[in-house]
Design a protein around this ligand. Structure first.
Ligand code: F6R
Length: 248
């Protein structure tokens, strides 16, 4: 697996943003769409701020970009402060020229009996758009990608999942208490992610060092879903020094 280590998350994020921008520019020139798989959380924040800068200062246009977010808490109303809809609007979409109709984020308000059909439709929309050109990923301390927690098999598709206790405790501060963190989420599956043509897995800081070592150097196992990336032909792992500190 191809890993690059940068002195800071900021430098690393600029590299990822510029690779995304290069693809968008090339596609814009030939009038083709670019399909991006996006993540939330703290990890991609500087990628998004750099993409906003490229839009504002260098005229990078997102008019032909189609996005699919990895996941959303369930249940979750889009107006709530912890919603990933709100996160994406505030950190990226409100600041660029992407058409609203090109944005897809799993809907945390779908009634439970409709979730199965909804998830199938989400997959269908990704396929119809031509598949994900680039998927960006963070990683949870459980080894989750998206919200594919330990036990998620390689072939899983978009579905309703139960969050791991470690994931819920990591989200406790944002929800003002662990008991307020939703127990479930809608997430793209491991199989959905692995169909992306190019994947960037990013991790910053010492708290991610152990799971990065297991994910890159350990055996491939559904106990650490990020290990499935070892079987993807075109994954780049982008780390800062602290996240890389346990690698041999
Ligand atoms: C978010 C997502 C999660 C996060 C992971 C790391 O859309 O899918 O897998 O990437 O939990 O979160 P942060 O970046 O906050 O450390």
């Amino acid at each position: 697996i191809d890993a690059s280590i940068y002195s800071t998350a900021s430098k690393a994020s600029k590299v990822v943003a510029s690779e995304i921008a290069n693809l968008i520019r090339a596609r814009n020139q030939t009038g083709q769409n670019t399909v991006l798989g996006l993540a939330t959380g703290s990890t991609p924040l500087q990628v998004y701020s750099e993409l906003v800068r490229l839009h504002e200062e260098e005229g990078l246009s997102f008019k032909r970009v189609i996005t699919f977010n990895l996941d959303e808490y369930y249940p979750m109303h889009p107006e709530e402060i912890q919603s990933y809809v709100r996160f994406m609007n505030e950190n990226l979409f409100d600041k660029i020229d992407i058409p609203q109709k090109n944005i897809h984020i799993p809907d945390g308000t779908i009634p439970k009996e409709k979730v199965y059909e909804y998830c199938k439709e989400y997959e269908r929309k990704i396929d119809e758009a031509g598949g994900l050109d680039i998927q960006i990923l963070g990683i949870g301390r459980t080894g989750h990608i998206g919200f594919n927690e330990p036990g998620s098999l390689a072939k899983t598709r978009t579905r309703l999942v139960t969050l791991d206790e470690i994931t819920r405790s990591d989200a406790a501060a944002a929800f003002y208490g662990e008991e307020r963190v939703p127990r479930q989420a809608i997430t793209m599956g491991v199989g959905t992610i692995l169909k992306a043509k190019k994947i960037y897995l990013m991790a910053w800081g010492e708290p991610k060092a152990k799971v990065i070592k297991k994910s890159l150097e350990g055996e491939v196992t559904e106990q650490i879903p990020a290990t499935f990336l070892q079987n993807h032909e075109n994954t780049k792992v982008i780390l800062d020094e602290a996240a890389a500190s346990e690698l041999t």
